[in-house]
Design a binder for this molecule. Structure first.
Ligand SMILES: O=C(O)[C@@H](CO)OP(=O)(O)O
Length: 238
């Protein structure tokens, strides 16, 4: 029996400002740092011995993994980073305020962009497009994506497309580890984890709209050898 723990990163600087984050590389806020430490303490109490860690190539998830493993006393385990675990690319919405967007485009449209399975957000015009927020310029892609084929770099993703690019990593790495009986921890993002949860729990395209994943609350799955889910538990701070 293997365990998979999925942790959405702690609150990011742009979560705190209610901005669409996507692939823009923001850091954890002070609240997010504390949330990640608390997640690590809860996992230490749960007594899970991890064999392998995975995270995205975005700072907020990497920070969360490191703080969590530090608090759990397991920084020594192997870690692998992949762009396939990144947040969904929010295209031209990145950097916009979510409440302002709801006012401008309508709450229902914004809900569809944020939570539907197959509605695409407005796309970036090109890979060269930048995001400007509070006088700072953020590139859409930088050298961390140098190894990714140009046609695989998204200009905007819905959950379906996110799931399609997460799945090769699930099949090749994560599920292989779990089948080998390894306990795995993944620190990633609201929507890359919604995609994984959809696959793992066989959630329908309609029902996935209602699935929210909170910052830094570890989700623990127990699997049998065929990767059927035996139990699911979510750790929450008091
Ligand atoms: O901004 C984002 O990238 C994500 C998660 O923080 O937004 P949403 O809440 O719409 O999933």
């Amino acid at each position: 029996m293997a365990k998979l723990v999925m942790i959405r990163h702690g609150q990011s600087e742009w979560n705190a400002k209610n901005l669409f984050n996507g692939w823009v590389d923001t850091k954890l806020s002070p609240v997010g740092i504390e949330q990640a430490k608390t997640a690590g303490k809860m996992l230490a109490e749960a007594g899970i011995d991890f064999d392998q860690a995975y995270t995205s190539v975005l700072t907020r998830a990497i920070e969360t993994l490191d703080l969590t493993l530090f608090e759990a006393g397991q920084m020594f385990i192997p870690e692998e980073k992949s762009w396939r675990l990144n947040e969904r690319n929010y295209g031209a919405l990145q950097g916009l305020n979510k409440a302002d967007a709801a006012e401008k485009f309508g709450a229902d449209q914004v809900l569809q962009w944020r939570r539907s399975y197959d509605v695409l957000p407005p796309l970036l015009e090109s890979a060269e497009e930048t995001v400007e927020v509070e006088g700072q310029t953020y590139a859409s892609y930088d050298r961390r994506y140098a190894e990714v084929a140009a046609e695989e770099l998204p200009l905007g993703e819905n959950l379906k497309v996110t799931l399609e690019r997460v799945m090769p990593f699930w099949n090749e790495k994560i599920s292989a580890d779990l089948k080998a009986g390894k306990n795995v921890v993944i620190a990633a993002h609201g929507n890359s984890l919604r995609a994984l949860a959809k696959h793992i729990e066989q959630i329908s395209d309609e029902d996935i709209l209602g699935l929210e994943i909170a910052n830094a609350q570890p989700i623990i799955y127990d699997f049998d050898g065929d990767l059927n889910v035996l139990s699911k538990d979510i750790l929450t701070a008091e």
